[in-house]
Design a protein. Structure first.
Length: 404
């Protein structure tokens, strides 16, 4: 198939559908949660919970109200998901991620220094693995962390030897998170955290990388080679780049030209052949919906991509001093149909059982009507119920008709 041409609007619609943010929803149960994570490739974990944990919000944006306990059940009881390096992944894709775990690429996580430190601390390594084998799951605090050579860093990890040993053992696939006691992770041997079948690769490394590359573009809808690569671990990105070239040659990936206000989006973009056939229909008609996005949502995680496709320059202001914030501590973009029309800065006030909206910011050039305001109000009501709040407090003069 020759190069596909599409408008920026059609590209946005394709991306939104790929991200499961279109009109159709998965069922809000364990089956729908698992299907959503499999489509998105992963969920990023972040401890910020001013509204709710980010991965729970990413699922809420797509499923509506669901039981967050089902996510924990899928990880720790059903073992259908696994946690690795601050992301959740489908367990059936573990054979692919084990390629990254086993990689000795010196570009990967500055592995030379870490490998040297682990060699200098073989007794600590053996102690950690031995205790997990006998007593696991165990929290990091269960280990005394005495090391022959302490871990040195300028940050908070300095001298946290047990924590670093567990992190490095996890990075290499020897241990995984088996549960949580409050916010503290419980670690165990990998073979106890996933089904035995997940530890056996049924395909060659080349096939595993090819399949993961296809999954990544399916999740993105339309993307450049760099964007596809960035969906996957750094240790395998060179192989992913080669897979993209191979998939273009085979016709599975089709080059795309995406129009923009000043001509076309920069770079070489791709769509899957199956999605290329949908472009004409997406240009004519499409059904979307309204929702809010976590600052860590996969739709906007790549800031330059979000700006190119949606025209929103998004920045997380969690780490920005309050006096210098423009939009708010946890500003959540508003997705309305095929556009990002603004940002809402919410927080939950558990004492008052209220979802407090600190501020509403509408993007330049956007003039929301009353129907849009009502749609956003319905989303806020849904978010309040999802977070256990009984009411929503919107500031006077929010500037959106129908919002309150």
């Amino acid at each position: 198939m020759s190069e596909v041409e599409m408008s920026q609007r059609a590209a946005r619609r394709l991306v939104i559908d790929a991200q499961l943010l279109g009109a159709e929803r998965q069922s809000p149960d364990r089956r729908g949660i698992l299907a959503t994570v499999e489509r998105l490739v992963w969920l990023q974990l972040d401890p910020t919970s001013v509204v709710a944990r980010s991965h729970l919000l990413v699922l809420w944006s797509r499923l509506g109200r669901y039981d967050p306990a089902d996510v924990a059940r899928l990880i720790y009881r059903d073992q259908r998901l696994f946690e690795w390096r601050a992301f959740l992944y489908p367990t059936r894709h573990l054979p692919f991620y084990r390629l990254a775990m086993r990689s000795r690429s010196l570009k990967y996580m500055h592995w030379r220094r870490r490998a040297a430190w682990m060699r200098e601390n073989l007794p600590l390594r053996r102690q950690v693995l031995s205790r997990l084998r006998r007593e696991g799951p165990l929290a990091t605090s269960a280990f005394d962390g005495r090391a022959a050579v302490s871990w040195h860093s300028p940050g908070w990890t300095n001298d946290r030897n047990a924590s670093q040993m567990l992190e490095f053992l996890s990075a290499k696939g020897h241990v995984l998170v088996a549960g949580r006691a409050g916010q503290e992770r419980l670690w165990d041997l990998t073979e106890r955290c996933v089904p035995a079948a997940a530890l056996v690769a049924s395909a060659t490394p080349t096939q595993l990388i090819r399949e993961a590359t296809i999954r990544s573009l399916r999740a993105l809808g339309v993307a450049t080679s760099a964007q596809i690569q960035n969906m996957l671990p750094a240790a395998v990105r060179e192989s992913v780049a080669k897979a993209i070239v191979s998939l273009e040659r085979s016709g599975d990936f089709v080059p795309a030209r995406v129009a923009s206000a000043d001509g076309r989006l920069k770079g070489r973009w791709y769509v899957r052949a199956a999605d290329a056939e949908r472009v004409a229909a997406l240009e004519r008609s499409w059904s979307g919906r309204t929702t809010l996005l976590s600052p860590f949502d996969t739709l906007i995680r790549d800031r330059s991509r979000a700006n190119a496709l949606f025209g929103m320059r998004y920045r997380i202001e969690i780490y920005v001093p309050q006096a210098k914030r423009q939009y708010g501590y946890f500003a959540m973009p508003i997705l309305h149909n095929d556009s990002l029309i603004g940002r809402i800065d919410p927080r939950v006030d558990r004492e008052r059982e209220t979802l407090v909206i600190n501020a509403v910011h509408i993007e330049p050039g956007v003039k929301p009507d009353r129907a849009t305001g009502r749609a956003v109000a319905a989303v806020l009501d849904d978010l309040a119920q999802f977070t256990g709040m009984s009411r929503v407090s919107v500031p006077v003069g929010a500037g959106v008709p129908g919002l309150r």
